[in-house]
Design a protein around this ligand. Structure first.
Ligand SMILES: NC(=O)c1ccc[n+]([C@@H]2O[C@H](COP(=O)([O-])OP(=O)(O)OC[C@H]3O[C@@H](n4cnc5c(N)ncnc54)[C@H](O)[C@@H]3O)[C@@H](O)[C@H]2O)c1
Ligand SMILES: [Zn+2]
Length: 349
């Protein structure tokens, strides 16, 4: 078992342990005086893991109820959250009670947002079941939903009281999503951890997945605890994302997954940075090789002009410039403010 402490306003633990889902009730009991536990999950995850969570919570003395929504990003909206509120009220959850988010990032973001806002905020526990949610979205306290103007535009910072990561759940995660999450894992190695990058090069990630999750979560925890409200260092976590988001958008968020966009973004941006003398040479080739090893794409032949245009209309791009995240070398990252008008030139080199 590996435990990481997160020192935010209200400190909490992240526990990584295969099979922990079966005993989640015991761990939840240690951090909560709740009478009732509402398990929120989606239609893919609940049938596989719901009963385990419910029976462990019952064994620990909690009363339980469960809310399931249709799996997928299309459900991540205020209408689903509104149904959650009704469900929580019908089941008489009080301020002392607790929500358990059981599922991937969509579940965690939405259940976390419901927890942040129902009765002006109740406790919640994250049990992330996708690789992306285990290494990324369950840590950092960002919760929220999509609106028609864009993804994640409505939300709140709300920290969980506990995160339980059971990597054995990855055995049922479709391969597409494992690969999607691997892009974020590679990203962590690139921006902060050369040893992690080398581990990914030399081993099969799934053979040492608990170690890898621990490495990723430590990095995210450290970055986030120095920049809880996302105004500074946290931007480093966006390595590969400016271009990645643009590519996702150009593909109408359908043919290209988030991780695939990020992988292409990391490689193409680093190639340009190398040519501009901003990154140690040979870096892009190593990232490219690693992405290929984990079945991720590394190139897009879309016109650079379109990519730059899509990046400039990104809802999260502030004003006329973009804070590009570049690598000095593997494991060391920095930011470079770049005018959007220069961005096209930069990626076209
Ligand atoms: N809050 C944050 O800081 C943050 C960070 C990154 C991403 N996100 C959000 O996370 C979301 C993406 O996360 P995701 O990829 O986990 O999406 P997801 O929750 O939709 O999960 C992906 C798919 O895998 C299924 N699934 C999950 N775990 C499974 C398991 N163990 N076995 C079988 N099927 C399983 C889900 O039902 C879904 O179909 C996006 O909405 C994104 O905006 C949030
Ligand atoms: Zn990402």
């Amino acid at each position: 078992m590996k435990t990481l402490k997160v020192e935010t306003g209200r400190p909490y633990d992240i526990i990584i342990e295969k099979g922990i889902i079966e005993n989640c009730g015991e761990y939840i009991k240690k951090v909560s005086k709740a009478f009732k536990v509402a398990v929120i999950s989606d239609t893919n995850v609940f049938p596989i893991y719901g009963e385990k969570v419910i029976s462990s919570c019952k064994a620990a003395g909690f009363e339980t109820c469960c809310f399931t929504f249709e799996a997928g990003e299309h459900s991540k909206n205020l209408s689903t959250v509104s149904k959650m509120y009704d469900f929580l009220a019908e089941n008489h959850l009080t301020r002392k009670d607790l929500i358990v988010a059981l599922g991937g990032g969509v579940t965690g973001d939405m259940a976390g947002f419901a927890a942040a806002s129902y009765l002006r905020g109740i406790d919640f526990v994250q049990i992330p079941t996708s690789l992306l949610s285990q290494v990324d979205s369950s840590v950092g306290g960002k919760t929220g939903v999509d609106i028609s103007a864009g993804k994640n535009l409505v939300g709140a910072f709300w920290q969980p009281v506990l995160v339980l990561i059971d990597s054995s759940t990855l055995s049922t995660l479709p391969r597409y999503y494992v690969e999607d999450g691997m892009a974020e894992v590679i990203k962590y190695g690139c921006i902060k951890d050369k040893a992690l990058f080398e581990k990914l090069e030399n081993k099969n990630a799934m053979d040492v997945i608990d170690d890898i999750i621990y490495n990723c979560v430590s990095i995210k925890r450290d970055v986030v605890s120095r920049d809880e409200r996302d105004t500074g260092e946290r931007v480093l976590l966006n390595f590969g994302h400016t271009m990645g988001h643009a590519l996702e958008k150009l593909n109408n968020f359908s043919t290209l997954s988030h991780g695939q966009g990020v992988a292409i973004g990391m490689v193409m941006l680093t190639k340009s940075a190398e040519k501009a003398g901003l990154t140690q040479s040979g870096t892009a080739e190593r990232i490219e090789k690693l992405c290929k090893k984990y079945n991720l794409p590394t190139y897009s032949d879309l016109p650079k002009k379109d990519i730059a245009n899509a990046a400039s209309t990104d809802k999260k791009t502030s004003g006329k410039s973009v804070e590009l995240v570049l690598l000095k070398e593997i494991g060391e990252s920095y930011t470079k403010k770049t005018e959007l008008s220069e961005f096209e030139k930069f990626i076209s080199v």
